[in-house]
Design a protein around this ligand. Structure first.
Ligand code: 3PY
Ligand code: MG
Length: 262
């Protein structure tokens, strides 16, 4: 089976930089995949993307050096099965509240006896290779997003779930969970402490840690803090920021720069 290069990078102790594809275009996902990132995550939760389009985006990513992964719209067994069958090499599942939720993620990602994933790898077989069935359980990544009050309360139990590869932080929902506005101030409390707690819980259980970042500065801080996976905003933020920077430069105006937020 084709190696999961994203997993290998993180397991080797290097911080992976993961693109976040929300524009709903195969071409845009392909461009992002050639942008120096280790992987691209197709976002079905907040991107205006449904399954058919996600399959096109995963197919487009096949011609890039980036590992294709996906964020499903929720913790849905059938949707996660379909995304993996379409060639995603891992999922980052939003709004995980309990260890039971996290076990459902593992169930959807691993074949029996480790989980309950149904067999029919379809495009996964084309992208992964003919020995996909023998290695998929070891190659595919299962991440649980911690971004709710319940997820924070059950952090340790979630981090301890067998078969789960890692925890992933959604800082804007996490801000709301902490009672502060969704534009994250990651250098200030209470977000600073919550991020540190989630990272520490992942490490205490031998798990990987990842985080979505709202600016290059946040990404650099999170890399320095030891996160295994850092997302440099989504493609819409990158496009808008780059367009704004060009406009400012051409007009000779003081750079207003890429703005945090969606
Ligand atoms: C969050 O910040 O809540 C996210 O889910 C990032 O996409
Ligand atoms: Mg979120």
């Amino acid at each position: 089976m084709r190696t999961n290069a994203l997993k290998a990078t993180m397991k080797a102790g290097r911080t992976a930089v993961v693109g976040w594809a929300s524009l709903g275009s195969g071409y845009a996902a392909e461009v992002l995949g050639h942008g120096g990132v280790d992987a691209v995550c197709v976002d079905l939760q907040h991107g205006p993307i449904f399954l058919d389009r996600a399959v096109e985006m995963l197919t487009a990513l096949s011609s890039t050096p980036a590992t294709p992964i996906a964020r499903p719209s929720g913790n849905d067994f059938a949707e996660i099965n379909k995304l993996l069958d379409a060639g995603a090499y891992g999922v980052i599942v939003p709004m995980i509240d309990t260890a039971e939720d996290a076990r459902r993620v593992v169930d959807a990602v691993r074949y029996p006896p480790r989980g309950r994933r149904s067999f029919g790898p379809a495009r996964g077989l084309l992208y992964g290779g003919s020995d996909y069935a023998a290695h998929a359980d070891d190659e595919l990544l299962a991440f649980a997003m911690i971004e709710t009050p319940q997820g924070l309360a059950n952090l340790d139990a979630i981090a301890g779930v067998e078969g789960l590869d890692g925890l992933f932080i959604g800082p804007t929902d996490l801000s709301l969970a902490l009672g502060v506005p969704p534009s994250p101030k990651w250098r200030e409390e209470p977000l600073r402490g919550a991020i540190a707690r989630i990272h520490a819980a992942a490490k205490a259980h031998g798990k990987l840690s990842g985080i979505f970042c709202m600016s290059p500065e946040m990404g650099a801080d999170m890399r320095a803090a030891g996160f295994d996976m850092v997302v440099p905003g989504n493609d819409a933020m990158l496009l808008r920021g780059a367009a704004q920077a060009w406009c400012d430069a051409i007009r000779g105006e003081a750079a207003s720069g890429p703005k945090p937020g969606y």
